[in-house]
Write a new protein. Sequence first.
Length: 202
Amino acid sequence: MSQPSYAEHIKKQWKTVLLFGVITFFLITAFIIFFLPFEFRADTQVFIMTRETAGEAPSYAVVATAERLGENITHLIETSRSLDYVMEASGGKIDKNFFPEDPRKQLNKWKRSIQTAVVPGTGLLSIAVFHPQRDQAALIAQTVADVLANHSREYTGFDLEIRQVDAVFTSTLPARPSIPLNALLSFVLGCIIGSLYVVAEQ
């Protein structure tokens, strides 16, 4: 059978395709709501420069150096040593029970909880933290920024000037998982499954 015949058959069975989409939508959305933890997001930014270039006007070389250092920092932040620095700097305010006792699981949890990225062409490093509690997400984001700003040399091994340039902003509603996005994707997936079903049934 030619491809147009498949399309025509799917068009005739659109109610079946739609039904698959709706069912998949409700199943996946229900799973997300009842079984996955919702997490708030806290964001801040720091500006990175070497102390040798701290007083210079921004140039391509200065920004390129900051970006390269920022890339190094993004990897350093995801280490267990980074987590130790942050937990210690918080003075016990960060809930340690959020992180498992097993070192490997603890590190994986830390990596899933924090996202960092260098903003191209700026020397800025964005920091995003996810946590089920808004205040804890904000606290961790602020502590990470403080550690970078106050202990950059011992933390990174480089003689850096790191300044926090944004206050911590916390999402009002849970940011992860994204129900609208997952609902849309589940509906599309259901329609694809429904299309395959009606074609196979033909």
